[in-house]
Design a protein around this ligand. Sequence first.
Ligand code: CA
Length: 221
Amino acid sequence: MARVLVVEDEPRIASFVSRALSADGLAVDEAHDGVRALDMARTGAYELIVLDLLLPGMDGESVLKGVLESRPDQPVLVLSALSDVESRVRCLELGAADFLTKPFAIVELLARVHARLRAPGSEGARTVLRAGRLSLDLVRREADAGGGSVALSAREASVLAALVRRPGQVVSRQLLLSEVWGYSFDPGTNVADVYVGRLRSKLGPDLIETVRHAGYRLLPP
Ligand code: CA
């Protein structure tokens, strides 16, 4: 079982990310400040470190620098806010393996984590989801419902992934929103309907059924 260290000081985000990674079959440890994170990371026990940049004690960039000094090959996936363009560049120059901006869709984080881990069997098995003749490649962000490969945006892929993971089941808007938009959604939003509409226009009108007052259901082709 691959071990992942999640470094994040906001309890809600830390537990959200940890739960998703654990549910996906990974062994997860958490660190909530930079000093502790660096301590844990230096043991080298982790196949991947998911590192938030804004941390108490020691900031994420210093943690990244410290980790890579003692373990130059350690894959680190940095999480940060959209405005941190300069730190994004600095982190990648320092040697971060990947960078994901907050807020992020949990399925995108999972796809990138698995792409980084490159564990035999895990990448292919988990980044390509299937239901009937429908396939969804989360890394390439392409879906094929039988009519050929179609490019999707990150959010479109995330919405479709939430449905493909539950073929034939009704998925509520609430669940869709919390899974795709994570901790950042407004419960009154109609954004899920908008994305379902886009998926229908790209992949066919009958792929996703609207279940009145309940949500959506994928009807695998
Ligand atoms: Ca933080």
